[in-house]
Design a protein around this ligand. Structure first.
Ligand code: 4AZ
Length: 752
């Protein structure tokens, strides 16, 4: 503060006697006699990435309130008139009554009123006839106050631009408001007015950014009467609650309102600048509404001659900011890989999510005996990052509030004592926004997470492919549960991957993270504690639900918009679905769509009989495989030979030499609800004739207990035309031969 005063005195001392030029810039121009002084804060006197405004610096800023709560911003343009956004007042196509609103003037902090602060009732709300929704423009409103505002140091009107006014592209302007400071994060107490410097973007530059699909695969057409301000790299922006507030630019010592905060895709996102209603094109509409009002708003002429010609330097037309996160030059080394070294325990693997923060499982730091708090010797903790000469010190540990009882929230954030310079390495991983939809078949990898150990061999960074959301949800979900559509956070992510063949048993490492790639950029998509034993596929908890918490704690993690919306030939999978019937062990008859990584038919079993014959079995319950009698028994023989059953590899590994395939595959049919039903077993020696399985229901149920039979209503509908599955006359024909089947009870076979 003292420095500022000093600077002011020096300038006054050395500036020439106040000259004509300065005076003319500050006073009303001759063509426009103004009786209302505008756009000048007293000289002494939801924004994302902004800072607290000084008292009195934005004296036209008002808060529009309903029932005593802040809803939108606005700007005082004349003693009895406030300019704001139409969408603040129009709900479901109808204008809300003016009596519900009040206007708070002359405030900086919403919880305590300063000198000059006062409230006015609203007499009328005026909205252009052609306003319908924010994306279609004309998002402005004029509020006539029930009585004029008291002008003073804390309450002054802003200048409005004439229709001919041109604001230079690239000009540094300011947005102000009490809106959210990040997506889904309100301005904290004491609600001090926020200000942020934003650059005006040219129409072409803005249209170019919004032509690239954003959240929900949306693009947006910028219309006349709109303008954009912000940065291709994002981070500084307006947000929810700032709507209706002003975007002002200083010209010739006066502040002109260039825009009204209207909307945007999210807040502070890369390549998603804020969209504002341009004020200048609405000069005529504003003048028409305030006719007869004395004094009305001031429209001073622009103090400099707008040059003719394009406003936009050519090379600025389409500057797309590239992601700063998630780039890995070689997938063998992750530049965000962080190892947290806590004395006395094994290293804990986490991921760098910003210059100063590492995300890791909270379970690494929770003391199982003294669960009240994390270990106290944090001074001795170290974080190892790639390409850093020395280990980093840890300043703070923030545990997720549900960390100790919810595996999906087993997360902690560690703040480094000093931020690291981001380069090729270390570089943070990208985090998904809550609405991110990782497409089925996304290319992913499993990485070390928590107190994991590198898997032996070349598979230590396992490749994986994401299975469809429907399949994953239903496999572990409930019968009849509805599957979250793209855009709603999924409950689970299921990657398919090949475990090391020779192990034959599942990993015993504790945790893994799931990294998925979109257009060459890696996202941290999920985490898993792999506690689901040997179940395949293992479920990963999606990280996207934690984006807001991570943003809140770190204030600057790299959340990145979805980069890929290419569904491929399978088409969009947007229809809401419900899950098919379940056994107590999960869904039966579900087949991943599209088929991936060899798990084409997850219930198929290779039944090896007496070391040389092979036939197909069907997993009908955990521990039970159904096979045709003729496959297991030799004709005329009644002794059961030595039988081995291989699960989860049907068809994807070559058979050993000298084996013969004994029977045709069983007949499966697809039901309306997309589960597959075992309908028939091949008859001996035939590839076309099947014996119906239905009559065996009672026997199978009794023996197995847990097998699931579909009720008759769930019975197969015939697959689409052109499909050669399930010939109806054979599968359902009355009098078809009865299936002769064996049920094989499985016992685990240990491999050397
Ligand atoms: C809103 O919801 C809103 N980042 C306002 C501005 C922006 C986004 C949303 C621009 O009021």
């Amino acid at each position: 503060m003292s420095q500022h005063l000093l600077l002011l005195l020096v300038i006054l001392a050395i500036s020439p006697i106040p000259g004509d030029s300065q005076d003319s810039a500050l006073s009303p121009t001759p063509e426009e006699p103004e009786d209302l002084d505008c756009g000048r804060p007293e000289p002494s006197a939801r924004i994302v990435g902004g800072s607290d405004a000084q008292p009195g610096s934005w004296p036209w800023q008002v808060s529009l309130q309903q029932s005593g709560g802040h809803i939108c911003g606005g700007s005082l343009v004349a003693p009895s008139w406030v300019l704001s956004a139409a969408h603040c007042f129009v709900k479901n196509g109808t204008l809300e009554p003016a009596t519900e609103w009040s206007v708070l003037l002359g405030v900086r902090s919403q919880d305590g009123l300063l000198d000059g602060a006062h409230v006015r009732a609203v007499a009328a709300i005026l909205v252009p006839d052609n306003y319908s929704s924010v994306e279609l423009g004309a998002d402005l409103a004029l509020l006539r106050l029930a009585s004029p505002a008291q002008l003073g140091p804390a309450v002054r009107p802003v200048c409005l631009p004439r229709a001919s006014h041109r604001f230079a592209h690239g000009a540094a302007c300011w947005a102000t408001g009490w809106g959210d400071i990040q997506e889904a994060e309100h301005l904290p107490l004491p609600w001090v007015l926020q200000e942020v410097e934003l650059r005006l973007l040219g129409e072409d530059a803005c249209q170019c950014l919004y032509s690239r699909p954003g959240p929900f695969n949306l693009t947006f057409q910028l219309l006349p009467g709109m303008l954009c301000a912000g940065y291709p790299g994002g981070r500084r922006d307006t947000c929810q609650g700032d709507s209706g507030g002003p975007l002002v630019c200083e010209e010739g010592g006066r502040w002109f309102q260039a825009g009204i905060t209207s909307f945007g895709f999210g807040c502070g996102r890369r390549n998603r600048p804020g969209v504002f209603t341009a004020v200048a094109p609405y000069e005529a509409w504003i003048r028409e509404q305030v006719i007869g009002s004395e004094p009305g708003p001031a429209f001073p002429t622009q103090s400099w001659e707008p040059q003719s010609g394009p406003w936009e330097p050519r090379d600025e037309n389409c500057t797309i900011a590239l992601p700063e996160c998630g780039k890995a030059p070689r997938p063998e080394t992750w530049p965000w890989e962080a190892q947290v070294m806590v004395p006395g325990s094994r290293p804990c693997h986490g991921a760098l999510v910003s210059e100063s923060w590492v995300l890791a499982p909270a379970s690494c730091f929770l003391d199982p005996i003294n669960s009240d708090g994390p270990p106290r010797d944090r001074d001795n903790w170290r974080v190892l990052l790639p390409s850093r000469p020395r280990a980093e010190l840890v300043a703070r540990l923030v545990l997720h509030e549900n960390a100790s009882w919810d595996d999906a929230s087993d997360l902690a954030l560690l703040q480094l004592r000093a931020p690291v310079n981001l380069s090729t390495a270390p570089r943070p991983v990208c985090l998904p926004h809550p609405e991110h939809y990782f497409l089925p078949r996304s290319r992913c990898r499993l990485a070390l997470w928590g107190r994991g150990e590198p898997a032996p061999g070349p598979n230590s960074r396992l490749e994986a492919e994401l299975l469809s959301g429907w399949w994953c949800h239903c496999l572990y979900g409930r019968q009849g549960a509805s599957v979250p559509p793209p855009g709603d956070a999924p409950h689970a992510l299921c990657p398919a991957y090949q475990e090391e063949e020779e192990a034959g048993r599942c990993w015993n490492y504790s945790h893994r993270s799931l990294l998925c790639q979109e257009e060459g950029t890696w996202f941290l998509a999920g985490i898993s504690d792999l506690s689901s034993g040997c179940l395949r596929p293992r479920v990963f908890h999606p990280l996207q639900t934690h984006g807001p918490w991570i943003s809140h704690v770190t204030g600057g993690a790299y959340l990145e918009d979805q980069l890929n919306w290419d569904w491929g030939p399978e088409g969009e999978e947007t229809e809401t679905r419900t899950c098919p019937p379940h056994t107590e062990h999960g869904a039966c008859g579900l087949r991943p769509e599209p088929a991936v990584m060899g798990v084409l038919w997850p219930w198929l079993a290779e039944v090896h009989v007496a070391g040389d014959r092979v036939c197909t079995g069907i997993l009908v319950a955990p521990g039970w495989v159904l096979a045709a009698t003729h496959c297991v028994l030799r004709p005329g023989s009644t002794t059961v030979p030595y039988v081995e059953v291989y699960l989860g590899r049907a068809g994807d590994s070559p058979l050993p030499q000298g084996h013969q395939v004994t029977s045709a595959p069983p007949l499966l049919c697809l039901t309306k609800r997309r589960s597959w039903v075992l309908t028939g077993m091949a008859l001996p020696g035939s590839r076309e004739l099947f014996a119906a399985i239905g009559p065996e229901e009672a026997w199978i149920s009794q023996t197995v207990g847990e097998a699931h039979f579909l009720p008759p209503s769930g019975y197969p509908h015939w697959p689409p035309e052109g499909s050669d599955l399930c010939p109806p006359d054979m599968a359902s024909a009355p009098g078809s031969p009865q299936a002769a089947v064996f049920l094989l009870l499985l016992t685990p076979l240990m491999q050397g």
